[in-house]
Design a protein around this ligand. Structure first.
Ligand SMILES: [Zn+2]
Length: 325
């Protein structure tokens, strides 16, 4: 994942690549911007470039260090994610211990804190001392939805790197230029949190299968309920797709949104553009409010799976809720 593979975010990339070129890399960066804008991909790209054995303003992607970053096992790159709902002080202390050891190579150590806004006050205060007196050379990358989402004391010690909302059309164009099927790319950029995740989705066989199942269930549920329950059993629950019911539901929400797009004349925005003929005909069978309600049901069911409701139960209840017949 080099900077060259990240679409858009020109300002953020320019700022980071200028630092790499000049060798004046700050102790701490705050990557501030919305979900899906490529903050995590950019954090990995920056870390990879900082750690790259060949130097320069982008990672070479080939040296041992670059390959270790790609495989997620570089000893000098530490990634912290919330443990449950928050990043906790124990995690920051553990990080500080890890960083106090000598580097594997001669260069930098890099750490990334995802959802930095979720740090507990204790964690943030513990990190603060560390940002002030880092055991050099260390680079911190904090990821948050906005500059105001972290404590002012942390903000003032970090260089702000602003991210604008992700440009889905550009991401889709990038993926199709790489030879990914357009319909899969279009669905993936709506579901993934950034270009790397979208690319990975388009390369999964199950993702193409899930997309087909959504189309089938969407059509069946409109006319042949409870046949759709049987389809869900046979093609999802009893197959390897059962691990991806949350993705199926999120995609289903986009199916219903396409109905609204059809009714409001925004056909160019459809995710299931290859089904435009069916959608255009079928959309008028319900009101916009009904489709919006179905969309919300799909998203609510996906959230229930995250909250550990069994996927089969969540999917079946969803299909019952949104049946049209
Ligand atoms: Zn390299």
């Amino acid at each position: 994942m080099g900077f060259r593979e990240i679409p858009g975010q020109e300002r953020a990339k320019a700022l980071l690549q200028q630092a790499l070129r000049s060798g004046r890399i700050a102790h701490a960066y705050l990557f501030a911007g919305p979900e899906g804008s490529g903050r995590q991909d950019t954090a990995i790209a920056f870390a990879q470039a900082v750690l790259c054995e060949r130097g320069g303003d982008d990672a070479c992607g080939e040296c041992l260090s670059c390959r270790k970053v790609s495989h997620g096992n570089h000893p000098d790159l530490h990634v912290i994610e919330p443990d449950g709902a928050s990043v906790k002080i124990e995690q920051i202390r553990e990080l500080q211990r890890e960083l106090s050891y000598r580097t594997a190579g001669a260069g930098y150590k890099v750490y990334i804190i995802k959802s930095a806004e979720s740090m507990t006050v204790q964690a943030a205060n513990s990190l603060l001392k560390f940002l002030e007196e880092p055991p050099s050379p260390v680079v911190a990358i904090l990821i948050a939805p906005g500059a105001q989402a972290v404590l002012p004391t942390i903000l003032s010690r970090s260089q702000l790197v602003p991210f604008v909302p992700g440009d889905r059309e550009r991401m889709e164009a990038l993926l199709t230029a790489e030879g990914k099927p357009r319909m899969l790319a279009r669905a993936a950029v709506h579901l993934a949190s950034g270009p790397a995740a979208a690319r990975a989705l388009t390369e999964e066989n199950w993702f193409a299968e899930i997309r087909n199942v959504v189309i089938q269930l969407g059509k069946e549920n409109s006319s042949r309920f409870p046949g759709s329950l049987l389809t869900a059993q046979q093609q999802v629950i009893k197959t390897n797709l059962s691990e991806h019911v949350d993705t199926l539901l999120n995609l289903f929400a986009l199916w219903y949104r396409d109905m609204i797009y059809a009714m409001t004349g925004r056909h160019d925005r459809m995710v299931f553009a290859d089904q435009a003929e069916f959608i255009a005909k079928h959309a008028w069978s319900r009101t916009i409010e009904a489709w919006a309600g179905a969309m919300e049901s799909a998203l609510a069911a996906a959230r229930r799976i995250k909250a550990h409701v069994p996927p089969q139960l969540a999917l079946e209840q969803f299909l019952v809720n949104v049946r049209e017949g």
